[in-house]
Design a protein around this ligand. Structure first.
Ligand code: UD1
Ligand code: CA
Length: 457
């Protein structure tokens, strides 16, 4: 299809968001809204992407600092969408192919639709193709004005439209495919004599038709794909649409979601079949969940790898953890980064872990903090055990070898090692290494002073 570049308009403030944050950086489906059109352009085959920034340009640039295919064009003053495109001229100097224009606030567009629009554009040898939609309620969008035989004549903005034009239900999505040779010439000749005093990109249609150049509209099948996000009501509506699509894909692939309206699973998360997800579960980042897992209500998972047959009970939170098969977690457990749990481990209620490896079959069933520790296989960690890993300056490791039994209310003052097969008695503060096969006990002997209470009285 030849060379494709994309211009993405993201300079506007987004006044209707009533926010200190620029509109396109508002989070939608777990990432800044502008990520969505950028990804769509990329997946549609745009080898070069120019992002037009203005408001909080540095914030937007910083977000894309790692992206090698993006260049930035600065629009210092927001004089309209046409002016924004003109600002991208320099960045595309010498480019002679086809340019996709997308809006940073039209995030639901799919790459397949962009590709179809470009194919249509090519086969009709069009100079401009505008992506449109038929909406029952076209309020707020530019209307597509057509003449006899459905020939597109121009686009008129809500604020400039006559009463008759406002009745038109075909709307401008703000997404276009334009020949580079025409585009920059056309935007250079725009005027701002309209209701908003802006240089409207939409006027390039009229310029093309005036010159007798072929222009077409390409309507999408699903109008919601081109919904614009101008305020937070629309932001939430767009998020709901994304979520619905993600959930439907998972369900069709064999995942049970008890109530899809309250399952918050980000795009890109993988879930195996026969996994059951209860309400108010949040899963984000590069999380992979195996098959046959159970996620009880209000579980929060970020960036974890979870094996098959894992049960995560209500209210548990886990970040950047690796969980092998048949592990049981929670309720109300907190797994912090670099937690690695091997098969058949059990982590019970009110247990917090961080930077630990816990060997196969080991258990910490209640009220425990395990941080900076290496724990072997078949270890039992009693209720109330604490790895004292921090001396106020540095973190130290605790090592607990295979088959150790740690009684309740034990403090392990790191760095310390408990050798294999040993037993640490309840209430012990372990300050020196325990050899294998031993008993470690450190308790102040109990004294019973008989009649003491009576004497006091
Ligand atoms: C625009 C279209 C309208 C279309 C609608 C689709 C024009 C004149 N109108 O209206 O026909 O139905 O999108 O959602 O094009 N931007 C800049 N610089 C500017 C102005 C805007 O970069 O000077 C960016 C904004 O950040 C935004 C996008 O362009 O991402 C659209 O701007 P916005 O002001 O939201 O246009 P609409 O009024 O929605
Ligand atoms: Ca808009």
């Amino acid at each position: 299809m030849g060379d494709i570049a994309a211009i993405i308009l993201a300079a506007g403030k987004g006044t209707r968001m009533k926010s200190d944050l620029v509109k396109v950086m508002h989070v939608l489906g777990g990432r800044p809204m502008v990520d969505w059109p950028v990804e769509a352009a990329r997946d549609a085959g745009a080898a070069r992407i120019v992002l037009v920034t203005g408001h909080q340009a540095d914030t937007v640039r910083e977000h894309f600092a790692e992206a090698g295919d993006i260049t930035f064009a600065l629009q210092e003053e927001q004089l309209g969408t046409g002016h924004a495109v003109a600002c991208a001229r320099e960045a595309l100097h010498g480019f002679s192919g086809r340019i996709l224009i997308l809006c940073g606030d039209v995030p639901l567009i799919r790459p397949e639709t962009l590709q179809k629009m470009m194919e249509c554009h090519a086969s009709r040898q069009a100079v401009v193709t505008v992506l449109t939609a038929h909406r029952d309620n076209p309020y707020g969008y530019g209307r597509v004005v057509k003449g006899y035989g459905g020939r597109i004549l121009g686009i008129v903005e809500e604020k400039d439209a006559t009463e008759v034009e406002r009745e038109i239900t075909e709307i401008n999505s703000g997404i276009y495919c334009v020949e580079a040779s025409f585009l920059f010439d056309a935007v250079a000749s725009l005027r701002s004599d309209n209701a908003q005093g802006e240089y409207y990109l939409t006027d390039i249609i009229r310029i093309a038709t005036d010159r007798g150049l072929p222009c077409f509209s390409f309507p999408v099948d699903e109008p919601e794909e081109v919904m614009g996000v101008n305020d937070r009501v629309q932001l939430a509506a767009a998020a709901t649409i994304i979520r619905k699509k993600v959930n439907e894909e998972l369900m069709l692939a064999g995942v049970t979601i008890i109530d899809p309206a309250t399952a918050y699973i980000e795009k890109g998360v993988a879930v195996g079949r026969d996994t059951v997800i209860y309400p108010n579960v949040h899963v984000s980042g590069a999380t992979v969940i195996g098959s046959g897992c159970l996620l009880e209500p209000s579980v929060v998972i970020r960036g974890c790898r979870i094996g098959n047959g894992v049960t995560i009970k209500a209210g548990s939170i886990m970040t950047d953890a690796r969980i092998d098969e048949e592990v049981t977690i929670g309720p109300m457990a907190h797994l912090r980064p670099e937690t690695e749990l091997r098969a058949h481990v059990k982590i019970g209620n009110f247990v917090e872990t961080k930077k630990i490896v816990m060997g196969e079959g080991s258990k910490a069933s209640h009220l425990t903090y395990l941080g900076d520790a290496t724990i072997g296989r078949d270890v039992n960690i009693g209720c109330g055990t604490i790895t004292c890993n921090y001396d106020g300056v540095r973190k130290h490791r605790t090592v607990i070898e295979d088959n150790v039994f740690v009684g309740s209310d034990v403090q392990l003052v790191a760095p310390v090692t408990v050798g294999r097969n040993s037993l640490v008695a309840a209430g012990t503060t372990v300050t020196t290494d325990v050899p294998h096969d031993s008993l470690a006990i450190a308790r102040v002997p109990q004294v019973n002073k008989e009649g003491w209470r009576l004497k006091k009285k």
